[in-house]
Design a protein around this ligand. Structure first.
Ligand code: TXA
Ligand code: MG
Length: 320
């Protein structure tokens, strides 16, 4: 198969064409504020199966159903009072809620991977919500990269990894947030952080009015799948908390650094801004991955989006 066409995401004619492909069971890469998603009709099991096939993804990893309204979310899952408060505060945005699946919800069981819960997200992405409105369907969309590689934050990243396995790529430029959504499991008994991401824990805790418990994110037999320990893997080996690079290493820097390093370097944010660093993380890893076999990573503060950045880096450095 030749490489998928790339069309501008801001263009109504592109969205019409993409919606047609989706209605026909096709796969379309769509920009969101977090990362690019690989979308398929979430009610069509054959289409969803093609996602797993294109990504080479382990079967038991369930997918996020993307929606374009609270009503559509509630047609799929039961939202507790705190889930609704979180949705009101942060949707559309980089938050995914894992909630009890509604009986009779129109969703393929390949999306839930047979679980009795479903992950739902209303993204701040006119392309994704435009496609949901046009198809009238929730769209299942994991990050648009081959399983186990770094998430794509540009249309070019998508084309590099999956271009010959999908039908169409919508190009919306670089993703604003650059990290996947924060995932919370929420039911009547409380809320659990399953994956740190583009929405900081402190913002969620401010709405909940109490501290968030952490899900079991680091086991080998994950209850919150996607937490496979070497999930975000560049080719290069990664050395964390490196105050300075050593000979032969590329350097993923953060904050003001001295300029006497002559090897490959990428600074996530010379100003030391964690939001900017999150947006640059996956591009920076990809860039250095092409330039060296070993990447040294500067220490990154753990507050705010630093929690998610450190989580991704830890996974990228896991043995594999
Ligand atoms: O920002 C994002 O979340 C992007 C964009 C495209 O929306 N999507 C994304 O999808 O990162 P994906 O499939 O790469 O990650 C979704 C994570 C996986 O780790 C999956 O195992 C978990 O969500 N997940 C999905 N449904 C779940 C469920 N019912 N219970 C627990 N975890 C679930
Ligand atoms: Mg992913």
């Amino acid at each position: 198969m030749s490489s998928a066409p790339i069309l501008p995401a801001g263009d109504a004619a592109s969205l019409d064409r993409a919606a047609e492909r989706l209605r026909a069971g096709g796969l379309v890469a769509v920009p969101t504020e977090t990362v690019y998603g690989l979308a398929a009709d979430a009610t069509d099991s054959r289409a969803v199966a093609r996602i797993y096939e294109a990504k080479g993804r382990p079967r038991f990893n369930p997918l996020i159903a993307h929606v374009d309204s609270l009503e559509r979310a509630e047609s799929l899952v039961h939202l507790s009072a705190s889930a609704r408060a979180l949705a009101a505060a942060f949707w559309p945005g980089p938050l995914t809620l894992v909630a009890p699946l509604r009986e009779g919800a129109e969703i393929s069981d390949l999306v839930t991977a047979g679980l009795t819960t479903l992950a739902v997200r209303w993204p701040a992405s006119p392309a994704m919500t435009g496609l949901i409105a046009r198809t009238g369907r929730p769209l299942a969309a994991p990050s648009a990269n081959p399983s186990g590689s770094v998430s794509p934050t540009t249309a070019e990243h998508v084309a590099d990894g999956l271009g010959d396995r999908i039908d169409l790529i919508l190009d919306g430029g670089p993703c604003r947030v650059g990290l996947e959504s924060t995932i919370l499991a929420v039911d009547e008994t409380g809320a659990l952080l399953l994956r740190p991401g583009g929405l900081a824990r402190s913002e969620i805790e401010a709405v909940l009015g109490h501290a968030l418990d952490d899900g079991d994110v680091d086991t080998d037999a994950p209850t919150a799948p996607g937490q496979l320990s070497s999930h975000y893997a560049p080719q290069a080996s990664i050395r964390l908390e490196a105050a300075a690079p050593e000979p032969g290493e590329a350097y993923l820097a953060f904050g003001p650094t001295s300029t006497d390093w002559s090897g490959p370097v990428f600074n996530l944010s010379p100003a030391g801004d964690l939001v900017e660093a999150a947006a640059n993380l996956f591009s920076g890893l990809r860039l250095l991955d092409r330039k060296a076999d070993r990447i040294a990573v500067a220490p990154i503060p753990r507050e705010g989006l630093g929690e998610a950045i450190n989580d991704r880096l830890k996974r990228a450095s896991a043995p594999r």
